[in-house]
Design a protein around this ligand. Structure first.
Ligand code: HAM
Length: 426
């Protein structure tokens, strides 16, 4: 039996963990700037939380089992149902709109493919209790500002947005009924990844006759907003959808992110619960999977038996984002961070080295020293290997005078210092 890590699960050596922390640090910083509060939930949940609301794709990927108490449980594959339940349970007490974010590790039994693992960390940013499209614009602005925080530009990353409300309206006009919609959305979500024949087979399996299948493809033939408005702008049932989208783009401009965004009707998102404007972020070269995805899910809280509150949010994973940052040279290289290495020229000075290390650490410095009895030359090599910025060299005669030599490893310069003053100034 192999004891290797399971396929799709990562081991984070310090360099990899530093990359993960770099990403998470930027997520937290941007969420803070938008005044979102951080929360968390349980990593293990009742299986039903997902089988009811997430949609077939995620349910097929669940890590689920029966626990020792006989409960059907699952490792969380996404955060949204947990959030919806948490907010619904305290809906009256919470100030609305709720602006919360979380960074859970999530688990999905995915098919092996680039950009998709079986665990990932996902930033979730959600706004609950705000029905107006201003919140949709605010939300996308958060996602784009995260890209900007990493130094990426609108030529590196594109946001593609659509509106399930408008798509539903267009499909209903062609005679497609609400019960066919989940099947249609699941297929539209795969549109740019699968050949037409396979999409048609899936639509047939979802119960659509050939004439409806042809209409689905006809509606999606011109996915840009200008063409759609030209063709359907006068249809009374769609007027509200077009007005909402006009305001959305106006607000995105006001928030300074309009030039990152394109409308594309074929973006519907794979999850079942979305009801309105949806979006995904992609690398502009389209080499990678989606960096992030989200949208409005106005009925989910009510369906989970809680308050009837409108909601919207997105999830951004660390995997594709990490690939993109590395590819664009935006991922800082990890360096170990030893500020001071305390070296001693005589084994009897080890206690002094420890006392000095303690004083430096109390001041917040990262300090290391060699364990007992090593030659000074070996200690200096070890300091170099550890990437220490400075080495404090202790010698018996110097110490008696309260002095020591500081060697800067970057350029080899040496300075004699008064120990107390030097430690105090660190
Ligand atoms: P999702 O589209 O399933 O949405 O996932 C969001 C993002 O998480 C993806 O765009 C991708 O970056 C990352 N991701 C998902 N699965 C994997 C995987 N197997 N490996 C690596 N990265 C992955 C949701 O989960 C929604 N709950 C997001 C949301 C929050 N909607 C509203 N609020």
């Amino acid at each position: 039996m192999s004891l290797d890590a399971l396929p799709g699960f990562r081991e984070f050596y310090p360099a990899e963990l530093a990359e993960r922390n770099f990403i998470i640090g930027a997520w937290r910083e941007v969420a803070r700037r938008y005044a979102f509060a951080e929360y968390d939930g349980p990593p293990l949940e009742p299986l039903e939380l997902y089988t009811k609301k997430s949609g077939d794709e995620i349910v097929g990927q669940l890590y689920s089992f029966t626990d020792k108490g006989g409960r059907e449980v699952a490792l969380r594959p996404e955060m949204t149902p947990t959030l919806a339940r948490m907010v619904a349970a305290k809906a009256n007490a919470l100030r609305k709109p709720v602006r919360w974010f979380s960074i859970p590790q999530l688990f999905r039994y995915e098919r092996k493919q680039r950009g998709r693992l079986r665990e990932h960390f996902q930033l979730n940013v959600d706004i609950i209790g705000e029905a107006d499209v201003t919140a949709d614009a605010e939300l996308l602005s958060v996602a784009i500002d995260i890209m900007r925080a990493f130094g990426l530009t609108s030529s590196d990353v594109r946001a593609r947005v659509s509106d399930r409300g408008l798509l539903r309206g267009l499909l209903v006009l062609t005679g497609i009924t609400d019960d066919m919609l989940p099947g249609v959305y699941a297929v539209v979500d795969k549109m740019d990844r699968e050949p037409r024949a396979s999409l048609e087979t899936k639509l047939r399996a979802a119960g659509l006759h050939d004439v409806f299948i042809a209409r689905v493809f006809e509606v999606l033939k011109h996915p840009d907003l200008a063409t759609l408005r030209e063709r359907y702008g006068d249809v009374p049932e769609l007027r509200e959808d077009f007005t909402r989208l006009s305001r959305y783009f106006e607000y995105l401009d006001a928030l300074g992110v309009g030039d990152w965004v394109e409308f594309d009707l074929s973006i519907v998102r794979g999850l079942a619960y979305y009801t309105g404007i949806v979006f995904e972020l992609f690398d502009a070269k389209r080499e990678l999977r989606a960096i992030c995805g989200g949208g409005r899910y106005d009925s989910l809280l009510k369906q989970l038996g809680g308050a009837d509150l409108p909601a919207l949010g997105f999830g951004m994973g660390d995997v594709v984002l990490g690939e993109l940052l590395r590819a664009r040279g935006r991922m800082p290289e990890w360096k170990p961070s030893v500020d001071v290495w305390v070296a001693y020229g005589d084994a009897a000075l080890l206690d002094d080295a420890m006392r000095i290390a303690r004083r430096l650490r109390d001041q917040g410095r990262a300090v290391e020293y060699a364990s007992g009895g090593q030659q000074l030359s070996r200690q200096l090599k070890a300091a170099d290997a550890a990437g220490a910025r400075e080495v404090l060299v202790l010698q018996p005669a110097d110490l008696e005078r309260g002095e020591a030599v500081v060697r800067r490893l970057a350029d080899g310069t040496e300075t004699r210092v008064r120990l107390d003053e030097w430690i105090g100034g660190r």
